[in-house]
Design a protein. Structure first.
Length: 288
């Protein structure tokens, strides 16, 4: 499912404010300020303060900005939520790590609701229990917009390598759970920051599996991810032909390019053109 909403989510440590502006210039759909994995335990309070300064700046208001808190089963996560309440500009999205049940999201909503009533949530599934409960978690909140697969923590629990093949089953569970609730699925990052081919390969495999986007760890990965998770000219041209055929057939079964197509194909093609048909970073295709 192609979307501009979450093709790329670029993660920046909250303790590296000098990188915030570069994150915004990267072209990422979502700029993520991280309070969790990229911040050492002794710098957690500093990270919360730096993030607060960011969300009071022009950058914090300029794009879709998100923040990743610490797990709500730990005191640092609760401190994060209390700090977010007082940020001058509230994050558009809060990423909740190590979600294992709907209760984790309920805690976040209960704390944030009085001061941040419209905040969106992304749930990171990175344990066997979280992946097992993917469908229940995906349906837990009307504010939940995506499930994210956390490959590193999941592989560490199982004692396996962070390779694509051993984690396909877990990824598929996350994707299926997300789609049962009509929300997005976002893939774990490629951890080799210098291997562009690996980023391409993983992004293409994630797209084929049903993910809507992928986490990026540096701006160079954003370009690759956005390219993979955006339709090409041939796809847009075919979508335009399908929409045209649907109009002529009054949404009845018809043929395009020798294949028989019906309503599901028509709806998918309309969504694709609505999302990418008139953009600057995807080929423009006119509705005929």
């Amino acid at each position: 499912m192609y979307t501009r909403y979450c093709r790329s989510v670029l993660c920046t440590p909250a303790t590296s404010p000098e990188r915030y502006a570069k994150c915004h210039r990267s072209g990422a759909d979502i700029c993520l300020v991280d309070l969790e994995d990229s911040v050492s335990v002794r710098r957690k309070q500093e990270a919360r303060s730096e993030a607060g300064a960011f969300f009071s700046s022009a950058l914090g208001m300029a794009r879709h900005c998100a923040i990743r808190i610490n797990p709500v089963t730990e005191s640092e996560g609760l401190h994060d939520l209390l700090a977010i309440q007082d940020y001058p500009v509230k994050p558009a999205t809060v990423l909740v790590p190590k979600v294992e049940s709907p209760r984790d999201l309920e805690i976040v909503e209960q704390v944030l609701r009085p001061r941040c009533p419209g905040v969106e949530l992304f749930a990171v599934l990175e344990t066997p229990r979280g992946v097992e409960h993917a469908a229940q978690i995906a349906a837990a909140s009307g504010n939940l917009r995506a499930l994210i697969f956390g490959a590193a923590d999941y592989a560490a629990v199982l004692g396996i390598n962070v390779d694509w093949e051993p984690l396909v089953h877990a990824r598929a569970r996350v994707v299926n759970g997300a789609h049962t609730a009509g929300i997005h699925a976002i893939d774990s990052p490629t951890f080799d920051l210098t291997d562009t081919k690996a980023t391409y390969r993983e992004a293409e495999l994630a797209l084929a599996l049903g993910f809507s986007g992928k986490i990026a760890l540096n701006p160079a990965q954003v370009t690759v991810i956005n390219e993979v998770f955006s339709p090409g000219m041939e796809q847009l041209e075919r979508a335009a032909r399908i929409v045209d055929a649907a109009r002529h057939s009054a949404d009845g079964v018809t043929t395009v390019d020798g294949g028989m197509l019906g309503r599901p194909f028509f709806e998918a093609s309309r969504r694709l053109l609505d999302e990418f048909g008139t953009s600057g970073d995807a080929p423009q295709v006119a509705h005929r």
